[in-house]
Design a protein around this ligand. Structure first.
Ligand code: CA
Length: 527
């Protein structure tokens, strides 16, 4: 942006409700949306992590705004992505679960940015939905294979003209490709909107070799609920298949050993070049051998010792992957700085949903419980958002599309169910902002988690396991770790009534169709 343009911005202080395209010289801001997969707030130092540091991601919060009460609407990969693109809850955009059909003809914010405000748009990295994009973006290059997750080493991509396998580590490759698109494809006469979407730290959580020894010799603090006995709640959480035994995934059999490799090990080792395999074995065989030694010892028979051991492995591999995400966020921020674009570019960091890093003895997501319902969100926009802004209002992934549209001066379609976060980012009042959140998980039986929906207010959370009519209520002020459901407690019966009323109101507001009950679904869940 030249000095005339800069002064135009400063002097005009163009109201964002005015279309940028109508303001002769002012180009809308670039939008760089950096997105990861399964990155918990609890593994981001800006959110107070006690287990790691994320200095580059933190920069976005420190130099802009952090949303302290940021949530998803349905804690699973594809539905979160669909909600972000459409500004709608799952039942309205059709992507209720992984495996749902993506209707690419529906209204999505990138297409509006292009048609209404002249943006050049791109998505690079994990798309995950089916089918692949068509004209949702001007340019796309999306991970394929491994269930649409792509592999951690030498990932394969579907492109607009075919297929491509790129050498390197997934997170590095996606950042490289993003920078390359900006350098080679971006037409600087247009603002860009780039969605750079990492696969990491999703399972199987294979870190880059350079981070292999990170946290070695250190003990990662255990979460307070690691040894949760699942008492005082409905039985579902005690029966889920989201245990810490994924620790095995960090234990690719050492070179020359006779251990039988897990299917995911074979898949990931096979995608490495012989040189990468050698480097992997040099860096990881000791760590892997420790796993097999422990599992062969009597210590593995002790429930507590086993869980403690598994937790360290899960957390360390997860955090080594997160470190690579953070490093690449740093590279993207540095690129903007080097190109003198940081003042003209809005940078967002988020992840499709949260994740259990051992909390409640679990990994994975899905539940309406806090660790998976929360998603990180921070936004930097120099000159518009004051550095160090902390926002406490309830926000949800359905708000992203309206926010990006308003930032670009584009009218928000009425059919979008979210609301723009721009007023709270720029210090304006947000009267009548929502005081409760609607949540709905549809993947009945997957990982043995039942369908459920619910409502969260500042203090309470009501969850309805509607396939068989069970409920949980948590008093988050007294019980922030959600260890005791007070649904049956006589002292909470007025609260139960109030929360049920609120759930009903939200269902009406968002036009949620009647829930599906039925034996077929119930049986499938094996609960
Ligand atoms: Ca995910």
């Amino acid at each position: 942006m030249n000095w005339i343009l800069k002064s135009t911005v400063a002097v005009c202080a163009v109201a964002l409700s005015v279309l940028y395209s109508e303001a002769s010289e002012v180009k809308p801001p670039n939008i760089l949306f950096i997105f990861s997969d399964d990155h918990s707030q609890n593994a981001i130092s800006a959110y107070g992590s006690c287990i790691n540091k994320t200095p580059n991601i933190d920069r976005i919060a420190n130099e802009g705004a952090i949303f302290l009460n940021s949530f998803c609407a349905n804690s699973i990969c594809q539905p979160s992505r669909a909600s972000i693109l459409t500004g709608k809850h799952s039942h309205r955009n059709g992507v209720t679960d992984n495996g749902s059909h993506w209707n690419g003809r529906q209204t999505v914010f990138p297409r509006l940015l292009k048609s209404k405000a002249g943006y050049q748009t791109a998505l690079i990295g994990k798309w995950h939905m089916e089918p692949n994009p068509t004209d949702e973006f001007d340019f796309w290059k999306v991970l394929e294979n491994a269930g649409g997750q792509g592999r951690y080493f030498n990932p394969e991509f579907a492109t607009q003209t075919g297929h491509e396998t790129l050498s390197g580590y997934s997170t590095d490759v996606i950042a490289d490709e993003s920078i390359q698109w900006l350098e080679k494809n971006w037409d600087t006469n247009h603002p860009f909107m780039l969605m750079c979407q990492f696969k990491s730290p999703h399972v199987p959580q294979l870190p880059p070799v350079r981070n292999a020894k990170m946290f070695n010799g250190k003990t990662i603090p255990e979460p307070a609920t690691l040894y949760d006995d699942y008492a005082n709640r409905q039985p579902y959480i005690s029966k889920n298949w989201m245990g810490l035994d994924v620790a095995v995934l960090g234990a690719i059999p050492p070179f020359g050993s006779s251990y039988k490799p897990h299917r995911s090990h074979t898949r990931n080792l096979d995608s490495m070049t012989p040189e990468q395999q050698t480097n992997w074995h040099e860096a990881y065989d000791k760590w892997s051998q420790e796993y097999y030694d422990f599992m062969a010892s009597t210590n593995a028979d002790d429930h507590v010792q086993l869980k403690a051991f598994q937790y360290q492995r899960v957390a360390k591999n997860y955090l080594r992957c997160v470190a690579a995400v953070d490093e690449n966020v740093g590279r993207l921020l540095q690129w903007l700085e080097d190109q003198n674009l940081e003042n003209d570019t809005i940078v967002i960091y988020s992840s499709d949903q949260g994740y259990y890093i051992g909390e409640h003895g679990m990994t994975d997501k899905r539940w309406m419980y806090e660790e998976s319902m929360r998603m990180p969100l921070m936004i930097r926009w120099p000159g518009k958002i004051n550095p160090g802004t902390a926002i406490t209002q309830f926000v949800q992934n359905i708000d992203y599309a309206p926010t990006f549209l308003e930032m670009a001066g584009v009218t928000i379609p009425k059919a979008m169910q979210g609301a723009s976060l721009l007023p709270m980012l720029t210090g304006n009042t947000t009267n009548n902002w929502r005081e409760s959140l609607y949540y709905h998980y549809y993947g009945h039986g997957k990982h043995n988690v039942p369908r459920h929906e619910g409502v969260r207010t500042e203090r309470y959370k009501l969850i309805h396991y509607y396939t068989d009519g069970n409920w949980e209520l948590f008093d988050l002020q007294k019980d922030p770790n959600e260890l005791v459901s007070v649904y049956e407690n006589p002292q909470y019966q007025e609260i139960v009534k109030m929360m049920k009323k609120e759930l009903k109101r939200l269902r009406k507001q968002y036009e949620v169709p009647p829930n599906e009950y039925g034996k077929k679904i119930f049986k499938k869940a094996k609960l």
